[in-house]
Design a protein around this ligand. Structure first.
Ligand SMILES: [Ca+2]
Length: 431
């Protein structure tokens, strides 16, 4: 049992919704049935999108029905939120360990283990120096697919370098006593080094073959932004490497002259959320410009558009220079948010604790301070739910534990680690 002094059990945020006038309680399958029955019409009567605010540019139209403002849905699920700790310093990533404890990165540069009961461990030694100005720092952490055998972990960070910094990935072996990292080495260094403090991207994911995917930002500034389309730059790319840092010979651009061989996909803005689904498909949720956050299905060698093809506008409201919302040869987002959510952290749910949520994509939202749940079917978003809205906290990462619980960290000085676990019956929880 957990120590009552270190936790706060809060009742389920059940039935929380921002859908105006949507008091009717329905479960996801009922909603889906309703959608099927009304699929022939443009606006099914039962479809009430959660987003009702004005878009950033009302002249922009979705490229296909359902590409934005999907029908609002509600889980028929009872859960509770256990606050494991409130004592983390700007946590950026949470990674459940096989025994139920949790690896957590803190942006200023510390990697720690938080116990399953919420006790925060000392910083693990051996983490290289990070440049934690602006959006930089110690960022994502991921277990080796063979962690139980090799005790190896991988992490991304903004690496201080001569002339600036850039995103790098390192690996190391966690000592048996879990106090230090051994055999630490940097296996990837994004190029070029740049003197800035924004858009490092940097989620790490592994595919079924054990290949490592790293999502990268384009460093934001107007002068470097075009590099998202340049093949001699890692900026604004998803890269794919072997766990030893070598380039797999089936990467799409290994034989293209002048292209960096680690590149897997092109034309991303700033990707801080990424996840594989149960079918082995790789998805990213991308920070777009104002009115242009995107869900993308990442496919080998494809171009996702930024900054040539995008929804939304500059933060100032001015158009993105020379950009269009559609163009041949560029991938359309499966879904976009306008206004944006500022996505960070993603997880396809596959556990036993919440059978109704299986196959759904959970995404942390910084700007809107909530957990987004998407129902995706046949490559399209069929429903959207917003959870934890009344907590008012920027959600930085969401991961599924071996127990089927979801673990979240919040993005602040006294960052919190939450465990979402099945709650009382829906009726009890709602009282
Ligand atoms: Ca795009």
């Amino acid at each position: 049992m957990m120590n009552l002094s270190t936790k706060a059990v809060l009742s389920a945020m059940l039935l929380t919704t921002v859908a105006a006038g949507c008091n009717e309680q329905r479960n996801a399958s009922q909603v889906e049935n309703a959608q099927e029955q009304t699929a022939q019409t443009d606006k099914p009567e039962d479809c009430r999108p959660l987003e009702t605010r004005e878009p950033s540019d009302s002249t922009q139209k979705p490229s296909f029905a359902g590409q934005t403002r999907a029908c609002g849905i509600q889980s028929d699920v009872a859960f509770e939120v256990v606050v494991l700790t409130k004592g983390l310093q700007k946590p950026w990533a949470v990674e459940p360990l096989p025994n139920g404890d949790l690896l957590v990165t803190e942006k200023p540069g510390n990697l720690r283990i938080v116990s399953a009961t919420g006790q925060i461990g000392k910083p693990i030694t051996g983490v290289p120096k990070v440049d934690d100005r602006g959006q930089g720092g110690l960022l994502d952490v991921a277990l080796s697919p063979d962690f139980e055998a090799d005790r190896t972990i991988f992490w991304s960070f903004s690496e201080p370098r001569k002339g600036g910094n850039a995103t790098s990935v390192a690996r190391g072996v966690l000592s048996q006593d879990r106090s230090k990292l051994e055999q630490v080495r940097v296996i990837f260094q994004a190029q070029p080094t740049y003197d800035g403090t924004m858009h490092y991207g940097s989620r790490i994911s592994f595919d079924e073959d054990g290949m490592l995917y790293l999502t990268l930002g384009e460093r934001s500034d107007l002068k470097i932004r075009p590099q998202a389309q340049h093949m001699d730059s890692h900026m604004g790319k998803v890269v794919r490497i072997a766990p030893d840092g070598k380039v797999p010979n089936d990467n799409p651009f290994v034989n293209e002259k002048g292209a960096l061989p680690e590149i897997w996909t092109v034309g991303h803005r700033n990707v801080q959320a990424a996840a594989f689904d149960d079918d082995g498909k790789f998805w990213v949720v991308e920070m777009g410009p104002k009115g242009g956050d995107e869900l993308n299905l990442v496919e080998k060698g494809k171009n996702y558009g930024w900054p040539l093809v995008t929804f939304g506008t500059e933060y100032s409201g001015e158009p993105i220079p020379n950009a269009v919302t559609q163009r041949e040869g560029f991938q359309q987002p499966v879904y976009y948010w306008d206004p944006v959510i500022a996505p960070s952290g993603a997880q396809f749910y596959s556990g036993d604790a919440f059978p109704e949520w299986r196959g759904n994509l959970f995404v942390g939202s910084l700007k809107e301070m909530r957990l987004v749940r998407l129902v995706i079917e046949d490559g399209r978003v069929k429903g959207e739910e917003h959870l934890l809205t009344d907590r008012g906290q920027r959600i930085r990462d969401v991961r599924q534990g071996p127990d089927g619980a979801l673990y979240l960290v919040t993005d602040q000085e006294n960052g919190e680690l939450w465990k979402i676990t099945p709650g009382q019956s829906k009726t009890a929880a709602g009282k």
